[in-house]
Ligand binder design. Structure first.
Ligand SMILES: [Zn+2]
Ligand SMILES: [Zn+2]
Length: 76
C-alpha cells in the first residue's frame, strides 16, 4: 500500500526489478545464473564451484546450507 514516488528523471536503465536479478547469498554478488533452493537460498556458479567439495558428495545434488535440502544440478 506504500506509494513510492517515481523518479523518472534518470530513467536510463529501468532494469532494476527484483524479479530477474539473482543475488548470490554466499558472496553477495549479482549473478546471471544462480543455483537456487526452494527456500530462497541462491548461490552463484563461482561460489558453487569453490564450495562444491562441501556442498555435494556425488556431483549430482548439492545440499542447501540454509535448510539442508538436496537440490539437483540438473535443470532448475
Ligand atoms: Zn557467489
Ligand atoms: Zn534451502
Amino acid at each position: 500500500m506504500s506509494q513510492q514516488s517515481r523518479t523518472r528523471a534518470k530513467a536510463g536503465k529501468s532494469r532494476r526489478r527484483q524479479s530477474r536479478s539473482k543475488i548470490c547469498h554466499c558472496c553477495g554478488a549479482q549473478a546471471m545464473f544462480c543455483w537456487q533452493c526452494r527456500c530462497g537460498f541462491s548461490m552463484c556458479q563461482s561460489c558453487m564451484y569453490e564450495n562444491q567439495w562441501g556442498m555435494t558428495c556425488n556431483g549430482i545434488t548439492w545440499e542447501c546450507p540454509d535448510c539442508g535440502a538436496q537440490n539437483g544440478y540438473g535443470n532448475q
